[in-house]
Design a protein around this ligand. Sequence first.
Ligand SMILES: CCOC(=O)Cn1cc(-c2ncnc(N)c2C#N)cn1
Length: 298
Amino acid sequence: MAALLESDCPALELIARGKVRDLYNVDADTLLFVATDRVSAFDVVMKNGIPGKGKILTQLSVFWFRLLADVMPSHLITSNMDEMPASVQQYRDQLEGRCLLVRRLKVIQVEAIVRGYITGSGWAEYKQKGTVSDISLPAGLQECEQLAAPLFTPSTKAEIGEHDENIHPDQVKKMIGTELAEKLSQAAVNLYTKAAEYARARGIIIADTKFEFGLDEHGVLTVADEVLTPDSSRFWPADQYAPGRGQDSFDKQFLRNYLVDSGFDKKTSIELPDDVIRDTLAKYVDAYVRITGEQPTL
Ligand SMILES: CCOC(=O)Cn1cc(-c2ncnc(N)c2C#N)cn1
């Protein structure tokens, strides 16, 4: 249960709290990302978590940061507790395997979404206007159809509890300048393309993903946050894929089916039964093993 406590590191200043991850100040140059075992569905965080989820998704992010290091630099310093400062090591028992020491960046306030398939809010906009993020797409696309090429479809970073708003890539140019915007969109597409091809060959479709970027102390564009986890991306089982309908989630379908079957109101957090927790954990392990070829450390 330790991974669900209010603050895992009381001596460190909590500076950001997401649905399932927390971010702490460590010193002038570094921050600590802590992945909890919390799980959310339909934008609601459940009352109990998935024991081990935080460790698995942290290790998956580390795998992708290393695989994609030739595409661009990341903010990752280490996930190895022995390499972390004493202020973090004091929490070794709770945090081992589910925290990342990262470089402090000047974060670019854009959700850098890349879509390989049209689904979710992109499909909703396409049905209404034939566009995604105001980018015109060919007529006649089916739900969940693969796009001709991965598409950079940015959104704003909404306040907690609000929904991100899809914006046209030109809006990003107005926000951060054309040169940086073009570098950022190309970097996002390059990262997604390499990861999606790698995962597809191992039975997982990464339909879309959200990257965050920042500038380091030398002004170098750097990939931040977590990358290419089932929390930041849509993972679909490739062997069940078919365009023209919604796809099962690789990792959350047991959870979603249980919630729908139990009349979930999509507002009130509930307690998950043991079998849903067990089956959901197994899917996170399955995704990790397929992608990395190794068992996660739990
Ligand atoms: C817990 C969820 O909160 C966030 O990820 C949002 N966030 C990220 C930063 C950040 N700030 C400086 N340097 C970084 N490397 C990062 C990163 N990543 C701040 N808020």
